[in-house]
Design a protein around this ligand. Structure first.
Ligand code: NAD
Length: 261
């Protein structure tokens, strides 16, 4: 029980990695705020956690809305009394050749993966500072946040994820004085609903079948298999636990060796 008595929140927790992180946190003793734009599915995640004896509550939270972020974070902190761990996991992807990316597509990506991380981190950090809580903020970045030259059709995504890695370092430096650590993880090819969509898009753009694209992901991964949400959730659990108390400003590769630095 590595998060016994802790209070945590995860964005984009209705499916994929966010769901897995919320479930693992709850299994490790945390009370979890399961937040997402998809409230019905977030409520299903909460029901699953409760069925196993865990503690969780669902909130609608669109990370792109400054006012909603402010209101929901205030509600979560008030309901729980404090918050020890915040995970910025919500993200979107679209695959488009660079020459065809529209300003709308660019702005939408920035709103979710750029501004969303900023809004949530600033707001939760303000509460942590006010309450004197030694908090932990963890960002789900991406391998694409470190290797822009090998993430085809994802220039807008690459831009935001490089930003998340940089913001992680900048926040870690400034928030250290308040005993708040800020770290990121950089997953590779993770089997989630996002990946299912990307397999289809990339297949179309490359003239390959989805199975061929899937096999190319495995071929690009030295450890020789697709990555699972659990692979990432376990590292985020470590960063959320007291075992990582003296780690801040890191962006940890969790990708089976697909990118090493
Ligand atoms: P997913 O699409 O399977 O799930 C994303 C969740 O985020 C969904 O529940 C969705 O409703 C929610 N969401 C979308 N927009 C939102 C918003 N504006 N506000 C709040 N919630 C919102 O994605 P995933 O694969 O689980 O990805 C999770 C994170 O990991 C993302 O930040 C993604 O960029 C990153 N990532 C994914 C992969 C991968 O291969 N799947 C690899 C590296 C990094």
């Amino acid at each position: 029980m590595r998060l016994q008595g802790k209070f945590a929140a995860v964005t984009g927790a209705a499916m994929g990695m966010g769901k897995c992180i919320a479930e693992l946190f709850a299994a490790e003793g945390a009370t979890v705020a399961v937040t997402d734009i998809n409230l019905p599915m977030a409520e299903e995640v909460v029901a699953g956690i409760k069925a196993k004896g865990g503690k969780a509550q669902a909130w609608h939270l669109d990370v792109t809305g400054r006012a909603e972020v402010k209101r929901v974070i205030a509600e979560i902190v008030e309901r729980f009394g404090k918050l020890d761990v915040w995970v910025n996991n919500a993200g979107i992807s679209t695959m488009t050749p660079f020459l065809d990316i529209t300003p709308q597509e660019w702005d939408k990506m920035h709103a979710v993966s750029g501004s969303g991380v900023f809004f949530c981190s600033q707001e939760i950090a303000r509460h942590m500072v006010r309450l004197g809580v030694p908090g932990k903020i963890i960002n789900n970045a991406s391998m694409a946040g470190k290797r822009g030259g090998n993430a085809p059709f994802l220039a807008h995504y690459v831009y935001t994820k490089f930003g998340v890695v940089g913001l992680t370092q900048a926040m870690a430096k400034e928030l250290a004085a308040h005993k708040i650590t800020v770290n990121a993880v950089c997953p590779g090819y993770v089997a989630t609903p996002m990946q299912e969509r990307e397999l289809v898009w990339e297949g179309r753009l490359r003239g390959m079948t989805t199975e061929q694209v899937f096999q190319s992901y495995i071929a690009d991964t030295p450890l020789g298999r697709i990555e699972y949400p659990e692979d990432v959730a376990k590292v985020i659990l470590f960063l959320a636990s007291s075992d990582a108390d003296f780690i801040t400003g890191e962006a940890i590769n969790v990708n089976g060796g697909a990118w090493m630095d």
